[in-house]
Design a protein around this ligand. Sequence first.
Ligand code: FES
Ligand code: FES
Length: 173
Amino acid sequence: MPNNLHLALNVNGEPTEVAFAPYKTLLEVLREDLNLCGTKHGCELGECGACAVLLDGQPVLSCLVLGVECEGRDVLTVEGLVTDGRLHPLQETFADLGAAQCGYCTPGFLVTAKALLDEHASPTRDQIREALAGCLCRCTGYQQIFEAVEAAIHNPQPIRNPQSTIRNTGEAR
Ligand code: FES
Ligand code: FES
């Protein structure tokens, strides 16, 4: 059994220290060592997008990033989208417009869409489609997801208690 690595990084805005086996991916460190299970475990091959998180503000597939690469870096997971007890507008619109059905893909879509909206205040449908192209969804047919991202552009203020809609928009499971 290899010796654990000790790492200091920022996770969802909080300085965080974690010890883990050196072979672990960021996805494994988040889920198994930090108990942040909102980020989903999908293909582990870089093909489904379920494991997407933001690393220094940019979307990455956490199944393809080693934990050891994250020393001193900023990681944002779906859990970090809730601010002061309020859902992110994308979480609101995904819930309201049926963009989260089984919800397995939803955390990856949410953080990837957040990165897009952080860079483009008002992206076109083509830009949304392109930004989310690495995320796969078996339930929605994608139309509701694109509409939810567009709706969040026009609904920048979180308005609802998270307990009402968090079930399908990123809750750990
Ligand atoms: S689990 Fe990482 S891309 Fe599928
Ligand atoms: S909502 Fe089920 S896979 Fe996307």
